[in-house]
Write a protein that binds this ligand. Sequence first.
Ligand code: NCD
Length: 363
Amino acid sequence: MLKRKYLHEISWNDFNALSPLEKAPYLVQANGRPYHVLVAQQFDRERLDMLCDLATRIRTIAKSRMGLNFLADLLCHKHAMLDFSQPSSRTFLSFYSACQYLGIRIAEVRDSSTSSEMKGESREDSVRTFSSYFDMIIMRTPLQGFVEKMAWTISNTDRPLPIINAGSGKDQHPTQALLDIYTLQRSFERNGGLAHKCILFCGDLARGRTVRSLSQLLTFYPDISMIFAAPDHLQIGQDILDSLDAAHIHYEVTRNFKAAIPKADAVYMTRIQDEWDAKPGESHHFNMDDYSFTGADLNVLGRNSVILHPLPRRQEISTDCDSDPRAVYWRQVRNGMWIRTALIATIFGRDQEITHYYMMNNK
Ligand code: NCD
């Protein structure tokens, strides 16, 4: 178990200079449970397995009215703030539903034009205001590093509270990585688990935060390999490749997506992240047909392989794939709600109570 370190014992500059892995001890509680959730690298294999098991127990418990009532009582004394200053449908709603399952009361800010930021208040002051009313902040922002800065700031006040990163800049989306792992684990449950599998990533790998976070969690599984398929200007960052080298992970970087499909146990498609274009629309000059998954590609995809997508999708997976049993991207959405419920329950220390209830009622 990680030995806990405290965010009030390190300056922001020193904390900010640490690698994501070095930040991990500052983000856990004394009992090893996560406190702030900021980067994918803060999790380890043991915690991933615990969260996936808990998510599965919760979804079983939630099948009955009695179970739903049990869950809804667990955190009915807590309030959470959903602070989303970037567009979101799935992540927002899945956190919203996760809180509701646990009885947490929720407030939201989705548009800073309705907040005092319009009167000149800084984002820091707005977030500090939230901490006066709430027990947890779930935050999505276009600013890389901002969620970390807020976690550090809040931890240095007399009202510290956990902050969850629901997507920050082009860099991290740790809870999406959790739901992707949960989906992969469930997909390969009867097929040897995630070990020894080959994951093929395709699309805008340079600016897609989901791939960056997921590739880090995959390193925990034995003999995993990864293929990154993208045109040169959208290829995965060197920092990710360096971290894979350090973890002795086998990977391949290629422009040829179609040739890689038969080798993949999982194909992870992503959209062009054109909101980051330096000149609006510049991404659209590039034809992405070679980086799309079509009905014809189903014929060369392995019988037990699966297709994932964090969504939203544009044309990178044609809709005629949707009814194929190997297309698991809609299941991914629902898995996200359960793993986020498990994560929040764990942060507030209710995981053992849930497991106990599950054992008592599912003998
Ligand atoms: C992703 C995101 O916001 O990074 N969406 C999501 O959270 N499911 C992927 C994307 O927007 O392309």
